[in-house]
Ligand binder design. Structure first.
Ligand SMILES: [Zn+2]
Length: 68
């Protein structure tokens, strides 16, 4: 049997942003602390703007072709 005798498995993890301990179940599920989640959301918004210029779609170089 293993009623309280075995190792206690706790839902703990490190925040992926600051590396701090996550102790709440919701934070562990998200992998980030609530404060860092706010910061990360803001950073994602900024990164999303940059991603617009970093797509996998081929960029048409028509402007350069016609300029040549
Ligand atoms: Zn954090």
């Amino acid at each position: 049997m293993n009623n309280g005798e075995g190792p206690v498995v706790k839902l703990v993890a490190h925040c992926r942003r600051c590396g701090g301990w996550l102790l709440s179940a919701s934070s562990v599920a998200e992998g980030i602390g609530p404060t860092c989640a706010v910061h990360e959301r803001a950073e994602h918004r900024a990164a999303a703007a940059l991603t617009l210029f970093d797509t996998n779609e081929p960029i048409e170089l028509t402007l350069f072709d016609t300029a040549a």
